[in-house]
Design a protein around this ligand. Structure first.
Ligand SMILES: [Zn+2]
Length: 321
């Protein structure tokens, strides 16, 4: 199951062809021809209606994932296009000409396209043919989709330029501090688990889209952890080991979180402190609750990690902003 860490809500449908048989090499932006929320759009993609998309974006800027990225959605009236492209339905805030979209939807669209392009090494391009990395429904069927506004922005280069700019901007994002803090259910305490082929997991902050990372890729006990731009290195990979027989009052067995960099170390609250704003580090395994974490699901696929010793939550400083 692969979806962008920018996803607001996972609203899966069974209306798709299963696993793609081609690599992901493009994006097709569609319009809903209506001002639907991501939930209303999801309702349109349920049986018996044979239609779907990988993503939908509402006029409030929220992003729904309907079909996992590795699966082929039914969006573009072209088997080939949907096989190689991630498809995105965008709500129109004016239904009818010029089929405009809200500023919030546009901002989310550009961010989502930039995120997809970065993850799949796609160079954004549009030339009006089905071979470019950005394609349109109207290339494959007699339809006005994606509507006048989005179409014009593809033709005049605005969307491609904005996606390229966003991709560069993302590269300039600096690291952010990670510490423990009292639970407050904000995005700064929510982490999206991305599973790696080696069975490890990379944790992406919902607040800032940065990965939980060991500073400098250090393998030494006492190295601090931070949130850092995703780079696929071992510094951002963690293995979870469940500690059987150690139950908290909620009846959930906690985990020790082991950096792939050094299996003798554990994710640890410095000095076993109970205080807010205490550093989190990797430290030699010592069998204490300062190295044990409850991994709770927020109900939307994000994890909240609570330290067993302190009861405090793994948190990005400053709300991750
Ligand atoms: Zn369409």
């Amino acid at each position: 199951m692969t979806m962008s860490s920018l996803t607001t809500k996972y609203l899966p449908t069974v209306q798709h062809s299963g696993q793609r048989t081609a690599s992901i090499t493009g994006i097709t932006i569609h319009h809903m021809a209506g001002n639907l929320t991501i939930e209303q759009c999801s309702a349109c993609f349920q049986p018996p209606r044979e239609a779907s998309s990988n993503y939908g974006i509402g006029s409030d800027g929220s992003i729904g994932c309907y079909v996992d990225e590795e699966n082929r959605a039914w969006t573009s009236s072209s088997w080939q296009n949907d096989n190689r492209c991630i498809t995105i339905e965008v709500a129109d805030n004016i239904v009818g000409e010029p089929w405009s979209i809200s500023d919030a939807a546009y901002k989310s669209l550009i961010a989502l396209c930039a995120d997809i392009c970065k993850r799949y090494n796609i160079v954004p391009s549009y030339d009006g043919t089905a071979n470019a990395s950005f394609t349109e429904h109207r290339m494959f069927a007699p339809t006005g989709c994606p509507g006048t506004t989005i179409h014009n922005w593809l033709v005049n280069g605005k969307i491609i330029a904005d996606v390229k700019m966003k991709m560069i901007e993302g590269d300039n994002v600096k690291e952010r501090k990670v510490w423990q803090y009292a639970a407050n259910m904000t995005d700064a305490q929510k982490w999206l688990p991305k599973w790696n082929k080696d069975g490890s997991v990379t944790l992406i902050s919902k607040a800032c889209n940065l990965a939980l990372d060991v500073q400098g890729g250090s393998k030494s006990s006492g190295a601090l952890v931070q949130a850092y731009p995703q780079n696929g290195t071992d510094a951002q990979k963690w293995k979870l080991v469940q500690i059987k027989g150690k139950y908290n009052p909620a009846g959930v067995a906690p985990f020790e979180i082991v950096p792939v960099l050094n299996s003798k170390l554990r994710l640890d609250v410095k000095g076993g402190s109970l205080a807010d704003k205490t550093d989190v580090q990797i430290y030699k395994a010592n069998n204490t609750n300062a190295q044990r974490w409850l991994v709770l699901d927020d109900g939307n696929g994000y994890w909240v990690l609570v330290n067993v010793n302190s009861g405090k939550t793994l948190d990005v400083k400053g709300g991750g902003k």
